[in-house]
Design a protein around this ligand. Structure first.
Ligand code: HEC
Length: 280
């Protein structure tokens, strides 16, 4: 009898802690959602997008235009997805669904940034080599030293010699020539931990300084993934500033470059941006 009383008290304490944590999280019903279209990019690394004979957009990039500036028309992709699925740009085979929207919400308080992604992950991947995770969702933030970071987003990290690129070394990961990005990732696999990583001269899937936590759930066919990270850790975020970011989803056990990704966008934290984080 006495034992039961003790365990009830312990349970009560746990519940109290649990509801406190829930109160600290943002009230998402008050945060607008912006749809960002993700697409399968084939094998179009930064070397491809910056080479004139491959990509006429390379001259616009030199003049300071951004990928999204040319390819995102009010939330709709202006891209030849059939070409991206074809043998020229996707030698291994393209996923059945080339693009899908992700709802993006963001909020912040004195210490943390919260990002929530809502999406339906399509089946029909061409590569299914991640046996442990059905789905992974990733967000990267670039600091201001990344070459053309505001224009090219994650393409700054994507090179033709990185693993899973045609003919590349299978140990080399994504990297930047200068600067750094924070990488946060949620994995659907049982017991998987949130990734608090970085991309510098190589990619590290741990050791980041942003204190990332992530929670994900699936209701029907819709995934909801919520990230929490420190404003001040790693790539320093701060109120009044905007930071370049990009999103990737690995759907249906895809790995490596076989993801759906966004162009680079700006997240405004109490500042202007493609997505505006709401203060809570
Ligand atoms: C100045 C406008 C402009 C900019 C900036 C630009 N592009 Fe393009 N992009 C184009 C045009 C035009 C095409 C189609 C013809 C071609 O391939 O040159 C294209 C083609 C592509 C394709 C192949 C699919 C297709 O529609 O033919 C991809 C992938 C692509 N761009 C990605 C990017 C990425 C990534 C960036 C930023 C790093 C970028 N583009 C920046 C204009 C641009």
């Amino acid at each position: 009898m006495k034992k039961n009383v003790v365990s009830l008290a312990v349970l009560g304490a746990f519940l109290a802690v649990g509801s406190q944590a829930a109160l600290a999280a943002p009230d998402w019903s008050k945060v607008p959602s912006k749809n960002i279209e993700l697409f399968h990019p084939g094998a179009t690394p930064i070397e491809w997008v910056t080479k004139k004979s491959d990509h006429s957009g390379s001259s616009g990039l030199k003049k300071g235009e951004s990928c999204a500036g040319c390819h995102d028309e009010k939330g709709k992709l202006s891209l030849d997805l059939k070409r991206l699925a074809g043998k020229e740009l996707e030698p291994k085979g393209a996923p059945k669904t080339m693009n899908f929207p992700v709802g993006v919400q963001a909020a912040y308080d004195a210490n943390n940034l919260y990002v929530r992604l809502t999406f339906k992950a399509p089946a029909g991947a061409a590569d299914q080599s991640d046996k442990e995770n059905d789905v992974k969702a990733t967000v990267m933030f670039a600091n201001d030293k990344v070459p053309q970071g505001e224009q090219v987003g994650c393409w700054a990290t994507c090179h033709n010699d990185a693993r899973t690129m045609p003919g590349a070394d299978d140990k080399k990961t994504k990297y930047v020539k200068e600067g750094a990005l924070d990488l946060m990732q949620w994995k659907s696999g049982k017991g998987a931990k949130a990734v608090d990583g970085t991309v510098t001269d190589k990619r590290a899937m741990e050791g980041g300084k942003a204190g990332v936590t992530a929670e994900g759930s699936k209701a029907g066919d819709t995934y909801t993934v919520t990230f929490t990270r420190k404003l001040a850790g790693g790539v320093a975020l701060a109120e009044g500033k905007a930071v370049p970011f990009g999103i990737a989803v690995h759907a249906d056990h895809a790995s490596g470059r076989f993801h759906h990704i966004s162009f680079g966008y700006k997240l405004g934290i109490g500042a202007d941006g493609d997505v505006k984080a709401v203060k809570q």
